[in-house]
Ligand binder design. Structure first.
Ligand SMILES: [Fe+2]
Ligand SMILES: [Fe+2]
Length: 410
């Protein structure tokens, strides 16, 4: 039975069945689920949405003894709803470190699947659509469960893993951006599939060309620019590949001002998923190590992309920033206290106040004074004064997984 209660009265063990708000405005991917982790509960309480619905048949009710009737869809009296029922014996929800470990495992599985897809394409074998759909489902599931942790782990890659993990990361970013744009789950998965397949045409380019450490010659660049058409041609051989996925493959390098390739399409001529892919693709490329450049700080990448007039769909780019934050997870920031902060989580209510792992470091890159600082909960504790800039380059060799975890580094 559905019952409307105050959001502040939600407790673990209740079956959450939706907020009294548009889906886009609330912090959860799913509209209905059993509340079993502290982080979900905290997110709900911090949502600022006054009322929500619970299903009392699938989870805990507010205190039955004090509930003078079935309540139905009616708002219970304040004292009834504020009684905290005894908690059931539930398994603990995933904490950030568990999420990271899950994301690392997913990264490995997805990398293998992508590697297989590329080598099969190279050998002229048909695409294994079933495997692609399964991988995309898994990535989408992880993104919806824990967008920050999943996206930050999937962004990490060694230069030689780029071709494969880039497809995985773009898939995940597409799902996350789709969610911010208010697409339904099915459409988010479609966008994810488009992202996963977008660069399959690179399977037909040589390893040397794709991994050349220096600047490409004009001739080499025109070879690389053929990958959207090569991919489209390959995907068109299989009638099971949906049109939208072929379109993302063909048009992810188009620009809003008509200066992209291969068809020099302009704004409205570019499909929704292809416009999404253009943003996710560039962001992942900028924030990855490549043979010819170091990865950029995620916050630097966001800031630079914001200044590229005519490249991206402006409204969609703003949704992308809303998805990742002004200081995306993995960014380095400088604090007023002189300490350095590594962004480990966003606060959806204020993108300028993320949760940081704060530390000092010496010339030997040994960290000290490490603590977790939530700039939203304790704004007086410190303030971000700048993006990491050159500090990112110095610190990016540190064990990012260690920085992302909430544990204190050894
Ligand atoms: Fe591409
Ligand atoms: Fe790409």
């Amino acid at each position: 039975m559905l019952k409307k209660i105050k959001t502040e009265d939600l407790v673990l063990g209740m079956y959450f069945s939706g907020f009294e708000a548009a889906w886009l405005d609330h912090p959860f991917w799913k509209n209905k689920f059993l509340l079993k982790s502290d982080s979900e509960l905290r997110q709900a309480h911090a949502s600022g949405i006054p009322y929500c619905w619970i299903d009392t048949e699938r989870g805990l009710d507010v205190d039955e003894a004090d509930d003078g009737g079935d309540g139905g869809d009616e708002l219970p009296a304040q004292d009834e709803a504020s009684v905290v029922p005894e908690l059931p014996d539930l398994p603990p929800g995933p904490d950030i470190d568990t999420t990271l470990m899950d994301a690392v495992a997913l990264r490995e599985t997805a990398k293998k699947a992508t590697k297989a897809m590329f080598s099969e394409a190279r050998l002229g074998k048909a695409l294994d659509m079933e495997r692609c759909v399964t991988v995309v489902e898994e990535i989408a599931g992880a993104v919806l469960q824990s967008p920050n942790g999943t996206l930050s782990v999937l962004r990490l890659k060694m230069a030689d893993e780029y071709t494969y993990l880039h497809s995985v990361a773009v898939c995940a970013l597409m799902v996350a951006l789709g969610r911010t744009l208010g697409l339904d789950e099915n459409a988010c998965r479609e966008a994810g599939l488009g992202g996963f397949l977008h660069d399959v045409g690179k399977a037909f380019l040589s390893h040397e060309l794709l991994n050349k450490p220096g600047k490409l010659t004009d001739e080499e660049f025109s070879q690389v620019k053929k990958h959207p058409e090569l991919g489209y041609k390959y995907l068109s051989l299989d009638p099971n590949v949906p049109d939208y996925a072929r379109d993302v493959c063909l048009h992810h390098h188009e620009k809003m001002d008509g200066n992209g390739y291969p068809d020099a399409l302009r704004s409205g001529q570019i499909s929704l998923y292809a416009r999404m892919a253009a943003i996710c693709d560039v962001y992942d490329a900028l924030t990855s190590d490549r043979p010819y450049k170091r990865a950029w700080d995620p916050a630097e990448a966001i800031s630079s992309m914001a200044s590229w007039n005519g490249h991206f769909d402006r409204a969609m780019f703003l949704a992308f920033v809303k998805t990742l934050g002004i200081y995306p997870v993995g960014s380095i920031v400088k604090l007023e206290s002189g300490r350095t902060g590594f962004v480990i989580r966003q606060n959806a209510q204020d993108l300028t106040r993320p949760v940081l792992k704060v530390f000092r470091y010496n010339d030997n890159m040994e960290m000290s004074d490490t603590e977790i600082l939530d700039l939203m909960a304790t704004p007086e504790a410190d303030t971000i004064v700048a993006r990491g800039g050159e500090e990112w380059a110095r610190l990016s060799h540190l064990d990012t997984m260690q920085l992302l975890s909430t544990g204190t580094p050894a």
